[in-house]
Write a protein that binds this ligand. Sequence first.
Ligand code: SF4
Length: 271
Amino acid sequence: MTIIMLDIYKKLPKTNCGKCGVPTCMAFAVKVKNAQLRIWDCPYINKEDTESFSRKPAVTLEDNYERVSSELEVDAKHTNFKEAAMAIGGHFEANNGCEIIRLKMLNKPYEMRKEGLFDNGTYCRDSWSKIIMYDYIRRKGAKPLTGEWVTLGYFPNTASHVKAFQRSAEEKVATAFNGDIDKLKAHSKELGGIETSGKMKADFVCRFELLPRIPLYLCFWEADEEFQASCKLFMDSSAEAYIDIEYLAYLVERFVEKFTMEKTQNITDKV
Ligand code: SF4
């Protein structure tokens, strides 16, 4: 039997004292259920309860991602593929009764079939790729780009993510390419980016396709005597019609991870 959130909550003193690092006992119970905290992180839990909970298997984050991706998969499979492909910029094919939508995420090709998401001919095992792709397909966004470039904080309920996003995404790119703008340009091109200009006065502006209808604009300013190099990542304000904003933030982080990791690998290869 797995742990359910109410079982955990019932064991807590419900004083919302915050000593466990989260503001309420309810929030603590959710984090224990998601395996982000352990029951004994609450100092008021008695020993017996600690022991009984440690004998039950916790629901891990990966279990939760898999559950969410399975739920979204049902919706995505029942979507009208032809309509969805048109709405989201995918390529629709129908051969011998088999319908497929072909589309790229972070420059990598995927196939959405009636059996689920396929990557390189085999069923995709990465829960996050499935969550993002299924959400994108089932929403059938169909909203034209507004041309309004916005940062993550523009979207509703993102205030708590903004700082983490700056650290994990924007500062990471600025640090990786500090003093190396030529490398940044070459690297952007290798990853399918197209240099652009207009909206933002920066030393380098490049457009990437996170998904066919979700562009990302990377703006980079070189260091000078006063300031360190900096980077800002913008999205079109239409993005929320296409994808849940939490998933979008995660997709951008993945992009940055791939972008900075491949840069490091290229440099290592040449040494
Ligand atoms: S330390 Fe325990 S009692 Fe205090 S808020 Fe956290 S879970 Fe609730």
